[in-house]
Ligand binder design. Structure first.
Ligand SMILES: Cc1cc2nc3c(=O)[nH]c(=O)nc-3n(C[C@H](O)[C@H](O)[C@H](O)COP(=O)(O)OP(=O)(O)OC[C@H]3O[C@@H](n4cnc5c(N)ncnc54)[C@H](O)[C@@H]3O)c2cc1C
Length: 381
């Protein structure tokens, strides 16, 4: 088992991302969070730098690298202080576009993937509905075939980038009577007549990312915008969850490390009872417990990434990583805040934001309960 997945090349790439984050993310992170948005131009800027297409082939404007480089990108971006912005970006790179790359036609890759990787177009992924979240098979949005078009009716909720997206990778029922075998994926143009955005959803954390309700009223979508085979959508969605959950685990791991770094810096400076806080034994023991937890997680995560990149079946390990690291990040961020006392609870330090942001990680991209369901089926059957 290889635990260090990075080479010299990765370190060079890491420096590039780090510099970018220092100059173009960190100074604005708080402002974006408070405003509950970040500039649309950031997608273009990330595209220009090649950060949106790291693991995609060069012929679509990507860098032709693998997920280990994506890991470096996520790790450094997470230290920028705006996990909400990063969530929006990862929806574009790791959640909405992989299905087009893996199952789409060459024409779709030219027309939709390329502008997504250059940052000219913004993507969302629309699966969740008011009545169907964990139970993807229960979605009710329909797409009825009429000649060369599908007529889409229904609604979606909790959609990241929903109000700013040019396109949505949209899950619809093309054969409602067939349950999960009746789902298809469409590339939906948000300029289509009958489409509307509902209320902006206010959230506990990840404020910089847009989250919206979406409505579809007799929207006409060309059949040529269907990704892959009709009624194959459930399989594509499940396959897509692998990358989504892996990048989510990387983000959670990086957030936990960042929270711990902030706490460590603080306890080295703050004094109480005539000593630096770090010299208090109760604090030292708790800190090393957390450092151990974070390091063990990281080594497992790197093992999973290594296996994933090699092309082996990694579903079990990715599910474990999403479950464990998502829960670990919440524990670590919560404890890290405690080390800062009252200051940790204020908005003067980024730790309260991290805690609010990481709370999503046992819910978004599949809840912890669903991860346990998947693992039960794979490990106990
Ligand atoms: C900030 C944010 C951004 C999001 N972005 C997107 C997006 O871009 N696109 C998108 O499609 N969705 C998105 N989601 C939706 C997210 O994926 C769902 O919230 C998630 O899958 C859970 O679905 P639900 O909220 O309907 O909860 P439910 O499925 O209703 O679950 C409620 C509770 O019941 C539990 N539960 C459900 N089934 C089981 C079971 N079988 N066994 C045990 N417990 C169970 C759940 O774990 C949970 O605790 C986003 C959500 C949030 C909060």
């Amino acid at each position: 088992m290889r635990c260090n997945i990075f080479t010299q090349e990765h370190e060079i790439f890491r420096r590039t991302v780090k510099n970018f984050v220092e100059k173009e993310i960190k100074p604005y992170a708080t402002e974006w969070d408070e405003k509950e948005e970040f500039p649309r131009e950031l997608f273009k800027r990330l595209g220009e730098l090649g950060f949106l297409g790291i693991k995609y082939p060069e012929k679509y404007g990507g860098a032709g690298l693998d997920f280990t480089y994506e890991t470096v990108f996520i790790e450094e971006m997470a230290r920028g202080g705006s996990l909400g912005m990063l969530l929006s970006i990862l929806v574009q790179t790791d959640m909405a576009t992989p299905a087009i790359y893996h199952f789409g036609t060459e024409e779709q890759k030219e027309k939709f993937l390329k502008p997504a990787l250059s940052g000219e177009k913004i993507f969302a992924i629309g699966i969740t509905e008011p009545g169907a979240g964990s139970d993807v098979a229960a979605i009710k949005t329909t797409a009825k075939r009429e000649g060369d078009y599908y007529i889409v009716n229904g609604s979606k909720t909790f959609i990241t980038n929903g109000a700013i997206a040019d396109y949505i990778t949209l899950a619809v029922k093309t054969a409602p009577e067939k349950g999960h075998r009746g789902i298809s994926l469409l590339i939906f143009d948000t300029g289509t007549e009958g489409f509307s955005v509902g209320k902006h959803i206010k959230k506990m954390g990840n404020w910089a990312s847009n989250t919206a309700e979406l409505f579809f009223d007799n929207c006409r979508v060309p059949v040529e915008n269907r990704i892959g085979g009709e009624n194959m959508g459930f399989y594509y969605i499940m396959k897509g969850f692998e990358t989504e959950r892996l990048s989510g685990a990387v983000m959670a791991q990086a957030a936990a490390e960042y929270a711990l770094e902030i706490a460590l810096k603080y306890v080295k400076e703050r004094e109480a009872f005539g000593k630096k806080i770090i010299d208090l034994q109760a604090i030292r023991h708790r800190l090393v417990d957390l450092m151990t937890e974070v390091e063990v997680s990281k080594r497992f995560l790197y093992y999973v990434i290594d296996k994933y990149v090699s092309g082996e079946d990694t579903l079990t390990e990715i599910t474990m990583a999403k479950l464990w690291i998502g829960e670990m990040a919440i524990r670590v961020a919560n404890e890290a805040l405690q080390f800062l006392g009252g200051y940790g609870y204020t908005r003067e330090y980024p730790i309260e934001r991290i805690l609010r942001d990481v709370r999503l990680y046992t819910i978004g991209g599949g809840t912890s309960e669903i991860m346990r369901e998947i693992l039960s089926k794979r490990l106990l059957s």
